[in-house]
Design a protein around this ligand. Sequence first.
Ligand code: NDP
Ligand code: 2IT
Length: 446
Amino acid sequence: MSDYVTKLLAQVKSKNPGETEFHQAVQEVVESLDVVLERHSEYRSAKILERMVEPERIIIFRVPWADDCGEIHVNRGFRIQMNSAIGPYKGGLRFHPSVTLSILKFLAFEQVFKNSLTTLPMGGGKGGSDFDPKGKTENEVMRFCQSFMTELFRHIGPDIDVPAGDIGVGGREIGYLFGQYKRLTKEFTGVLTGKGLNWGGSLIRPEATGFGCVYFAEEMLKTKKDAFDGKVVAVSGFGNVAWGAAMKVTQLSGKVVTISGPDGFVYDADGIKGEKIDYMLEMRASARDEVKMYADKFKVPFHAGKRPWGIKVDVALPCATQNELDENDAKELVKNGCKCVCEGANMPTTIPGVKVFQEAGILYAPGKASNAGGVATSGLEMSQNSMRMPWSREEVDKRLHEIMKNIHRTCIETAAKYGTPGNYVNGANIGGFLKVANAMMDQGLV
Ligand code: NDP
Ligand code: 2IT
């Protein structure tokens, strides 16, 4: 790393003490950008990177709500409006007890690059709350969402900031949030994405992140003249992204043999397909947050407290959460002959884990490129809302597929142009950065 980048990283750490996930996300990006800043001194003198690591705005607020017994709870709500150089802030909301400012800042930072890669006009943002949906009733979730939106509504809008789902926020939560927004503003607009089909949602949005991730992995395999047909695949998580990924792998004649949850992972040698994939939706809806339910129902082995990376597979798709795949997991996957790791989750692999994949020379794609299909389809939902006209399932899927192929091409071409052919991390970081940096240069000192 150059002195310039080393200093910048040290500054980020001292200005944002204790925000380890945010430091990690920034480190990964600035390591890739060193070569760009060497070649383009104008970005250095305009302090583009120094500006990009500072959110345009952070909103933190109180979310009081009452449970079914009348007891009052107070959670913390957040929205990080990171960068609006190329469009309104866009990014999901995460409801999970582990949510902190550091986690949302890392997610918002990654979102800026990801959204730029989609080629659609979307800036980057992220938000959420430390609310724990586990074990909550339908009414409690609704009251929480209403209270959350009662503050958030004044900071968002269809041309300002357009939130969507992430961990713990799916179609049901988006419905309650939308209802409250409409009530407060008297407006029916595309202020959120991931909406229900009867009220402005887009076909394919629920499947989009998982489908997009598998489309991206398919392009990666093609560079080695390979395909999903007959491949054994490890998927982690059992939420929205894991569900879409399992479906698409199965359609392409691959076999998904694992899914995981906070309690452990299941190994299904026959493949997770058909009604077993549908059952993933039931497991999420149960609010029990246990993947063991699957093992009990389909009588397959359950490995308590373990992650699925020790299983012999051809392809790994981490689709659960950040830092769920470390250096040892990476070594284990490589040792067992895994050829391709394509991230559905955001930053699931630790930095030492990524180095293991890169040194072993296997195909590895970072989430900000490979999971961009979710937000890309959110962008397509925004277009349909603006036109007040829905597209067919085939139309949306075709556009999503095209976007993922484009992102793949950008990664490959950019990595080669900057001297690291086949390095998807550099390709994604540099490709995402250039468009935002140039827009910031055009717009003056903002
Ligand atoms: P969901 O809430 O639908 O599912 C998340 C799943 O991962 C849950 O089963 C969750 O359980 C589980 N999980 C969390 N921690 C672990 C762990 N340590 N080990 C195994 N499983 C775990 O969320 P999504 O599927 O939407 O999100 C999954 C990932 O994909 C996240 O990183 C998210 O940021 C990313 N993503 C999501 C997009 C979307 O459109 N939804 C788009 C792009 C990326 P628990 O309740 O404990 O968290
Ligand atoms: O991480 C992500 O890209 C998402 N959670 C989706 C964001 C969106 O606005 O659809």
